[in-house]
Design a protein around this ligand. Structure first.
Ligand SMILES: *Cc1c(COP(=O)(O)O)cnc(C)c1O
Length: 472
């Protein structure tokens, strides 16, 4: 299967090439040329199957022979063996017809692990096949960095440099990044803000000479392989709730739109989904866009659900591409308008197409806390603030459509956000056993000035892709 760019000005490439490239050179996002379909019999067969087996059936059509079936199966088994729950992504019921899909049983307690554990292994094999090394540089405000470090630790072909704002991430988040003892992992505490780190990273990727010198690769949520890996749990959870004979709705706590886009793709592949509901915190660009048709950037506010504190949702471009009939000229015009004036109007036919599949809602800070308190009071179930945003929005939708089972995606373990949980419930969720000694582990990180040359120098001195190129 070939992959093409949403902006239409980059050549078509293979899965492995899209995997290593991340963003397309024309600034667009890669999408599959055609969407594979799974038959109703295949979907019926998912009931009672292990997670890795369903994953193989769902993902294999996208790989298009990039690796042998047996190797892929072994890779999936290894990736999901890092999860502490045998079911990998189990469902918990918290009200009539309302379920939380627990995506946080991976090594870093956030749903990013589901995709990243597979992405690390896929990249390693793609690089080995090419006899290449790569340097992964990421900027993080918390969850993505930790998930990338866990996924790439100890891999032979890849060195990882994660920039995080010094003194501005939570203790749990920082320790998850700095206590991994692997020679290919480098945590950089940048003397600046997250925006400084992000802006620096964008400049690195735009610098063609540097990109080639370091063999730069990205693992942010626009990497198509991450979206594909996230489709699997829509299939497994629907199978538990009676799919495909019965439709299911999903409410997804949304930031960059990767997770909910995976639900949309699952529907395109044939999964009967009633509605996909985009849940946002007070950074509600998507909820406003669906309500009004105008996608308009405003300032970011800090909330209890920081992984959803975003200004633009990059993956939304993939949905728009489909909604405008896969016309790259329209996408280029809308994105130019976004760059120039911070806004664009979704064409009316595209908006109607989006509304056929999606609904949206926002939760305020007070709504979020009230939801954490309610789930604790009613079920002794502890929600993290991101999941609580989804549960709040899910309940509103369920009131209008009580017959369709509603799955709210649980994207983080409550132990990752102890302050919000304690404030709402008076209790705290303990860290799972594998992280219980997190605060005793030795930290390794380097404080680097907020200066591009200083950061490049640091990376150059340590990235094995550079040495390999110079014959060392
Ligand atoms: C990344 C993240 C999200 C948002 O997911 P997107 O795919 O960016 O929409 C939600 N919750 C948590 C805990 C996350 O880490």
């Amino acid at each position: 299967m070939a992959y093409l760019s949403t902006r239409g000005e980059a050549p078509k490439i293979s899965f492995n090439e899209a995997l290593l490239a991340g963003l397309a050179p024309d600034g667009g996002l890669y999408v599959p040329e055609n969407m594979p379909r799974l038959s109703p019999e295949t979907l019926r067969g998912f009931a009672g199957k292990p997670y890795a087996e369903v994953a193989e059936t769902v993902i294999a059509p996208f790989l298009d022979g990039a690796l042998a079936a047996a190797d892929f199966r072994a890779m999936l088994e290894a990736a999901y063996a890092t999860f502490r729950h045998k079911a990998v992504t189990p469902l918990a019921q918290i009200d009539d017809n309302l379920f939380v899909l627990e995506l946080f049983h991976g090594p870093t307690l956030a749903f990013k692990d589901v995709a990243m554990q597979l992405l690390g292994r896929l990249m390693d094999q793609a690089l080995k096949a090419r006899g290449r090394r790569a340097t992964i540089v990421g900027a993080t405000s918390g969850d993505t960095g930790a998930a990338a470090i866990e996924a790439f630790r100890g891999l032979e072909q890849v060195d990882v440099f994660i920039l995080y704002p010094h003194g501005r991430v939570s203790d749990v988040q920082r320790r998850q990044m700095t206590t991994v003892a692997a020679d290919n992992i480098h945590a950089i505490a940048l003397e600046g803000t997250f925006d400084d780190a992000q802006a620096m990273l964008k400049r690195f990727f735009r610098d063609k000479a540097l990109r080639e010198e370091l063999g730069l690769s990205g693992v942010n949520s626009i990497n198509f392989a991450r979206v594909v890996a996230q489709m699997v749990y829509y299939f497994t959870s629907a199978a538990v709730l009676g799919g495909p004979m019965r439709k299911v709705s999903f409410t997804v706590p949304t930031g960059n739109f990767g997770d909910v886009l995976a639900g949309y793709m699952a529907k395109q592949m044939g999964l009967p989904v009633e509605k996909l509901i985009v849940a946002t915190n007070s950074n509600d660009i998507l909820a406003r866009a669906l309500a009004t048709g105008r996608y308009e950037v405003r300032g970011v506010h800090a909330t209890q659900s920081p992984s959803m504190d975003i200004q633009v949702s990059s993956n939304f471009e993939r949905l728009l591409f489909d909604a405008v009939g896969r016309d790259p000229t329209t996408i280029r015009a809308l994105m130019a308008s976004l760059d120039q004036s911070g806004a664009f109007d979704i064409p009316p036919a595209a908006l109607a197409a989006i509304r056929a599949d999606f609904a949206a809602g926002a939760a305020s800070e007070a709504d979020t806390s009230a939801e954490i308190a309610r789930a604790w009071r009613e079920c002794e179930y502890i929600l993290d603030p991101h999941t609580a945003v989804a549960v709040h929005v899910a309940r509103k939708h369920l009131a209008r459509d009580p017959a369709t089972p509603m799955v709210a995606l649980g994207t983080a373990h409550p132990a990752k956000f102890p302050d919000a949980v304690r404030a709402a419930t008076g209790v705290s969720a303990p860290l799972p056993a594998h992280l219980a000694d997190l605060f005793e582990r030795e930290e390794r990180f380097s404080v680097v000035p907020n200066d591009e040359q200083a950061v490049v120098g640091f990376i150059r001195a340590r990235a094995r892709a550079v040495t390999a190129q110079h014959g060392g």
